[in-house]
Ligand binder design. Structure first.
Ligand SMILES: [Zn+2]
Length: 391
């Protein structure tokens, strides 16, 4: 039997914890008492980006809703993975924050009885984006849960949520999986050739989705190569400034490719919902309603575009930081697995000192911080590349 937990490489402890919980949940549905500590109504999935916290939460949701505890093959399991299961509420904040009104709506919907007779599962990705008021609304629902509602919150770390919510959740901690475990998934599931799979897994540092993209998407691999050329190219003011401009532009293009693919279908389905193109009574009124809804949608899309742009640039900066970490390890002669196998790594390493490398890493981290403070991206990145050039 395949299992819903098969896509969680290197997360054996988490898988064991969730299997036990799912078994406990089935016991509850039978009207018996589960073993103590197995099942609870609020869960918090934490782990670094790409470790698979939402994959784990989704698998757990499937296990709770599946009549056979998460077979991965039945209609219920398929619906959970397609996001169409009637008893699964998927929440994915698309802007930078999730408001109190949205949260109150969510709490109301979550309180309903499950149509399939098992559980009503709310999977809340990026729960750390809740505003303070939203978190308070959420807290009430978690403190007094409806008998058949299960909350699955996801956040990078437990500290990203207010203590009151954190303390009421059972925490599931995903770890950064070993490159070999990630490569194994790419080889077995996606049929990627072993050497390529391992190189991509190392480059992605345990981020399964990113590793897969690097292995199969040539443009993602090319963009990464562009980022990694920065250390050897920023030798003076001119190259530093043009490297900054290129980095910001590439991140914007990549983000646009992502959001364009989402925006268009959303606008179309909204228009269809308002029956654009039909005629007769009430059309004028419907058109006015649509204008308002379209404006709301555009606002949400704009907010999402900002977030995707920021995330994409941040990803590039993390890659750059990782490259310097490799350089530092090479300079210190440390015996560790390098994320990068680029040939010029050693050349860059021998051309500078560990102290300079550390200063450069600090410049990258400072840039990331400035970006979260809404400093204009080009300005923050230029400051960084100039610091990289200086050493
Ligand atoms: Zn199933």
């Amino acid at each position: 039997m395949t299992s819903v937990f098969r896509d969680l490489p290197g997360q054996d402890a988490v898988v064991a914890q969730l299997r036990r919980a799912a078994a406990g949940a089935a016991v509850v549905l039978d009207g018996r008492r589960p073993e103590p500590g197995a099942m609870t109504h609020a869960w918090l999935f934490t782990g670094p980006p790409g470790s698979g916290r939402s994959v784990a939460a989704r698998a757990f949701a499937a296990a709770l809703l599946c009549p056979s505890g998460g077979c991965g093959e039945c209609a219920s399991c398929h619906q959970v993975f397609a996001g169409t299961h009637a008893d699964l509420l998927l929440v994915r904040p698309e802007g930078l924050s999730y408001g109190v009104k949205q949260t109150r709506d969510l709490v109301l919907r979550a309180a309903g009885k499950p149509t399939g007779g098992r559980w009503h599962v709310v999977l809340f990705e990026d729960a750390d984006r809740c505003t303070e008021q939203a978190a308070n609304a959420l807290l009430k629902a978690i403190e007094e849960p409806a008998p058949r509602t299960v909350w699955l919150l996801c956040a990078p770390s437990a500290e990203d949520l207010v203590p009151t919510i954190r303390s009421r959740c059972r925490v599931v901690t995903l770890v950064v999986p070993a490159s070999s475990a990630v490569a194994k998934v790419l080889i077995e599931r996606d049929g990627i050739e072993p050497a390529r799979a391992l190189a991509a897994a190392r480059a992605a540092q345990g981020h399964v989705g990113r590793a897969r993209r690097l292995a199969i998407d040539a443009s993602a691999a090319r963009r990464r190569a562009d980022v990694l050329r920065i250390p050897s190219s920023v030798t003076s003011l001119g190259p530093a400034l043009s490297a900054a401009a290129a980095l910001v532009r590439t991140a914007e293009e990549e983000a646009k490719a992502v959001t364009d693919g989402l925006d268009e279908p959303e606008r179309d389905s909204l228009r269809r919902a308002f029956g654009e193109g039909s005629s007769g009574k009430g059309v004028a009124k419907a058109m006015r309603g649509m204008a308002g809804a379209l404006k709301d949608l555009e606002d949400r899309q704009k907010s999402r575009a900002t977030r995707v742009k920021r995330d994409t640039l941040d990803q590039a900066l993390l890659e750059l930081a990782l490259f310097y970490r490799d350089i530092l390890m090479a300079q210190l002669g440390a015996d560790v697995e390098f994320a990068n196998s680029e040939p010029d790594l050693r050349a860059v390493a021998s051309a500078s000192s560990p102290e300079a490398t550390l200063r450069r890493m600090q410049a990258i981290m400072r840039c990331r911080e400035r970006l979260t403070l809404n400093v204009a991206p080009l300005l923050a990145v230029e400051e960084m590349t100039l610091a990289l050039a200086e050493g």
